[in-house]
Each structure stands twice: as structure tokens, then as C-alpha cells.
Design a protein. Sequence first.
Length: 460
Amino acid sequence: MASTTLPMREKYTLTESGGAGEERGKIRFGREMRKQFLFDEKYLNLNHGSFGTYPKPIRDVMRQIQDQTEARPDAFIRYTYKELLDESRGAMSTMLNVPVDTLVFVPNATTGINTVLRNLVFEPGDKIMYFATIYGSCEKTVEYITETTPAKAVKVQYTYPVSDDWLVDEFTKKVREEKEAGNKIRIAIFDTVVSMPGVRMPFERLTQVCKEEGVLSCVDAAHGVGHIDMDLGKLDPDFLVTNCHKWLFVPRGCALFYVPVRNQYLLRSTLPTSHGFIPTPRPGQQITNPLPASIKSPFVTNFEFVGTIDNSPYLCIPAALKFRESIGGEEVIRDYCMSLVCTAGKLAAEAFGTEVLENEERTLGNCCFSNFKLPLKLESVQAVVKKLGGKEVGVESVVRDWMSLKMVEEYNTFLAIFFYGNSWWVRFSGQIYLELADFEWAIDVLKTLCDRTLEGEFLK
């Protein structure tokens, strides 16, 4: 396969020590940068978007924090931890352009979405609106809420590619239809960047529609900070949660939970409920908080301690931001990752004679993902199954799971493969430790796996 290279830019560099510098011999984005991370030498990490990862300097910071915790557990957890947590909140406040008292941490985006939905008090006629590409666990949370409360769900159905204009118009139309029917869309859930397929949503416009229509906006920005440019002060959603461990180089699990002061009264409990919860007063009832008194808001205090877990990832935020600044900063990182994955996706589509998933406005790919269709035809695979006497039902997931396992077992890598719109697709993730040659290799692997699929190997 002919090699295509991206322009090498001098600013895409890192010194051996992790600091900035102008001398020659600096570490460049791509294969050299990979040495700064913790990967097995034989493993090629092509799926950064699912679980993220972090470089060695951040690992060292986390271990130092863990050592400090064990050296003086009570002193650290009760006092030092809160001070360091405030530093992390302050750093993210500056980065995202919002007041520090609107930011707390939770383990992951799913926890944040659950915290919102499980705190709201739903009444008959209230509805939760969400989109067809919602993350699976969040859709199941909506199902649980509709089973246990008066709330009902409304789903915006579609299959990508659809235009941003259509998506916003369809959302607006459904909200108004429910109003005319005497119902109330209490809250709407939507992504910044969808997980599967990996595409960008017009979340800014959807947030604005929510404001205009009196709907609470709940933004699932699991793929947000460190991935796309976000100004929460300008966006002003009602709730937003963004994973720091996916794209910001923070250890798992760490997510920033944004709730403007106007809505903090709605979230009375953390998940799980812990010492910061303030019960409704009852005669003779006296419940105290055994942790040190705080002068911070009840919202911030509530989320400071939610049971005993290893919260050291929350405290790695300043180190992660410093590392990212040392290699060029947010814009440089985004530019490299997006350019790389866009080029790789187009190269794959050309190699397979298929297509990249994109809409007429060409906005879906404005992120660090690129999705391309595999050349496998469902009817061809079903014919193979029939010929070999296998079961045709569920073959879509059987092929997906077989290819995924073979990539791990035989090729020491992993790619997100999914069946969508009657076809198998692959999602590429762009990252600074990858280069185009890595994706060229992955394309060859996928060609081999497609050939093996048509030979029926997935049935053996």
C-alpha cells in the first residue's frame, strides 16, 4: 500500500523530560511519542476512544498521591485531599470558562447522567427525550427511570448520516408535538460526540433549542474535554458531564460534572448517597456529617466525599494539563489527532472501495473519530452461514465479536467494529502516539479478517 504522510510540524514535539524545548532530538507525535506511554511493546493501541490512557509522567504523579494517602490516611483523606481536589477543580474552571463552584468530580460520564436522572422528581406527563445514538448504559438508565417513576421516554429515531439541520429540526418538532399533546419534555439527553458511530452532534444548537423550549439540557460529553473545543461558559447547559480519562490523559476513572448554580438544588444526592446529603427536616431527627466542616456550598461539599474509593485520578488533573501544554497545548493536540484520523479514514474507505460516514454538511467527522464501512455484505455472510449449516440469526454480532477477538489474540491490537445501518463499520481513533503507518497496517489486518470471515472461519 502506498504510504501517505501528514505534514511534520516542529511544534508537535516533547522533550525527553516532558517539558518544552527548542533543541533538536525532541520526541515527535507518532511512534516516538508512544514511548512516553505505558503500552506493551507488542501492542498497538488503536482504540483510544473507549478507555483512554495516560503517559508515564502522569502515572508517576498518581503513584505519588497514592503513597501520600497511605503514609497518613486520615490526614490526607480528611484534609489534604480536599485542598488538592480544589486545585483540580480550579484548573478545569479556567480551562472550561466556568465558575469553580459549578464543578465537581464523579468516576465517569454514566455516573453523572445517572445522578441527574435519579435526582429529578418526575410527575405524570413528564417525559425524557433522547436520541437514537445515545450511549447504551444511558438508554438503560432512562428505561429504569421510566419503570420506577411516572416519567415516559421519547426517542428521536434516525440512522446516520443525517444533516445537523435535520437533527435539530426533528428534535424541535418532537418537543413541540409533546407540548401540544399536553406533555412536558422535562429533560433532553444528547452527546457532544457519539460513541458508536463516532460522530459529532450539533450539541451547541441542541442546547440552545432546550433553552428556547424550556427543556433541561443534559449533555453527555463523555467524548468532550481533550477531544473537542468546549467553552461551557458560552454553552451554558443545564447539566454536563465529561470524561477526563478518555482524551485528557487522566487515569481512569475521572469525569468532570458541571452543574450551574441555578440547578444545583435539583441534585440533592450523590450516587451513592453519602455524608453530604441534607435530609428534609423531620421532628426529632438529627443527622450529622462526621467529616470536617466545610465553608463551601452544599453542592460542592456533597460531592467531595462519596464513600471510600481511590480518588487519586481526580488529583492528576493539573499534571495532565501541564503535560499537554508541554507538547503544544490543546489546539495542537486536537489538530494532529483530527487530521490524522480524517486522513486514515479516507485511506481505509479508498482501500476497501466503500465510504466514510459523513453528512452533507461534513460535520460528523469534526472530531477525533472516523468511521468507514467494511466491504462485507450481510447477504454474503448469511450465504456462508447457510452453506456451512450455521445459524443466521445474530450473525451481525457474531462476526463483530469474532473479528474483535482475533485482533486481540492474533494481531495485538483492537478496533471498534459495529453493525450499523445494515453494514459493518470500523471506528478509527486519532491520538498523538499514532501515525498513518499504524492505520495502514490496520487496514491490511482488516482485509485479512474480512477474507477469513467470507471463508466462514467465524463459525469454527
